[in-house]
Design a protein around this ligand. Structure first.
Ligand code: 5GP
Ligand code: ZN
Length: 101
């Protein structure tokens, strides 16, 4: 997606404060943190939102979810954390590239 800010971050066309990367997934700090620890986990593959997920994304989503507590603990969330996936305009989504907060 040409005009997608998170695709540009995934392609390193714009900078981000990265905390994790592999061939499928990238995690970086939110530019406007709403909590002491606030990072975003994205697939490198462009998917607009959770509403656009299908069976072909099964392994990718599983991998993202398994990574979530590992990264949260590494970032200092030893006592717990909240994971948010805003979906669609009505769901408060502003960046239309799937991401976990
Ligand atoms: P949404 O409302 O779509 O779930 O959340 C989008 C999040 O992306 C917001 O928390 C916002 O601060 C963050 N964000 C938007 N643009 C950028 C950016 O260029 N870099 C980073 N690191 N975060 C961004
Ligand atoms: Zn994208």
């Amino acid at each position: 997606m040409d005009n997608c800010i998170f695709c540009k971050i995934a392609k390193r066309e714009i900078p981000a404060n990265k905390i994790y990367e592999d061939e499928d997934i990238l995690a970086f700090h939110d530019i406007h943190p709403a909590a002491p620890v606030h990072f975003l986990l994205i697939p490198k593959l462009h998917v607009d939102s959770l509403a656009d997920i299908d069976g072909s994304h099964h392994d990718l989503l599983g991998k993202m979810l398994v990574l979530t507590p590992k990264l949260a603990k590494e970032q200092g969330c030893s006592e717990g954390f909240r994971t948010i996936i805003n979906t669609g305009r009505v769901g408060g989504q502003e960046v239309f590239h799937l991401h976990f907060h």
